[in-house]
Design a protein around this ligand. Structure first.
Ligand code: 9D3
Length: 239
């Protein structure tokens, strides 16, 4: 795809991961891949093993005090972060089960930055002194257990990238981004055939009456939100 602008990308994202190849295909797909192709975002995969010493480029070690698993060691991560910081300033984020829970407000704030530097945690965690020395913002995607930070980082990158001006196609951006707009869940959607296994599409959607369609959708959004996520109705940012 052609790069649509001669401007440098508004946002650079540096993803520091022990498993760059696991992230690569996702980051070339769908809206994120298209935003890169359009030059809206520059995405760089950084393998911290480049800053690990020894023939085997080992970056983890056994935890002081014992216990299962391995810990990402401070020296190679520090060299990696210093190298990146010497090239451009960036807002440093770290994936962590102990982190602040991601939400759309935080994603929106990050979309306004010019460089995000995301360090993926792995194994049992990162040596605490990295967190003390570099003061990254730790984020989690919720109360569930992943096997590493990569999936969480990809969630963040996906959510941020789609907010960049020009990332969404006409159809996508014209469609109301209902959750971000007013904190309600989406209405149900239907396409052809008009009847499937005896189930007809709601008549309002076939009426051609746009006011009636809007009313039906808004009512469905209210109903679903009340039923499935009543917590959202207690929050202030809403119609
Ligand atoms: C909290 C569980 N830990 C108990 C010893 C072990 C552990 C489990 C999973 C340590 C690291 C991980 C890997 N998870 C992440 O790196 C992670 C994560 C997650 O598991 N859930 C939600 N968000 C995130 S962001 C990074």
């Amino acid at each position: 795809m052609a790069v649509v602008s001669n401007q440098p990308p508004a946002l650079t994202i540096e993803l520091i991961s022990l498993f760059p190849e696991a992230c690569d295909q996702f980051l070339h797909s769908s809206i994120v891949g298209r935003a890169r192709a359009r030059g809206l975002v520059r995405l760089q995969l950084v393998d911290p093993r480049r800053w690990a010493g020894g023939r085997h480029r080992v970056i983890d070690d056994r935890p002081f005090g014992g216990g299962p698993g391995m810990v990402l060691a401070a020296p190679p991560l520090a060299r990696c972060l210093d190298h990146l910081a010497s090239r451009r300033p960036g807002r440093l984020l770290v994936t962590s089960p102990q982190g602040r829970r991601l939400d759309q407000a935080f994603v929106g704030e990050l979309a306004g930055e010019s460089c995000l530097r995301i360090l993926c945690g792995h194994y049992e965690g990162i040596d605490e002194r990295v967190l003390e020395c570099y003061r990254p913002e730790e984020f989690s995607i919720g109360d569930l257990v992943l096997s590493g930070g990569e999936a969480a980082a990809l969630v963040l990158i996906d959510a941020v990238t789609r907010l960049l001006p020009g990332a969404l196609g006409h159809a996508e951006s014209a469609a109301s981004d209902s959750f971000a707009d007013d904190g309600l869940l989406d209405h149900p959607c239907y396409t052809r055939p008009a009847t499937f296994r005896g189930r007809a599409v709601p008549a309002a959607l076939l009426s051609g009456d746009h006011a009636a369609i809007d009313d039906w959708r808004h009512a469905e959004r209210q109903r679903r939100t009340r039923q499935r996520r009543p917590d959202l109705l207690d929050s202030p940012e809403r119609d």
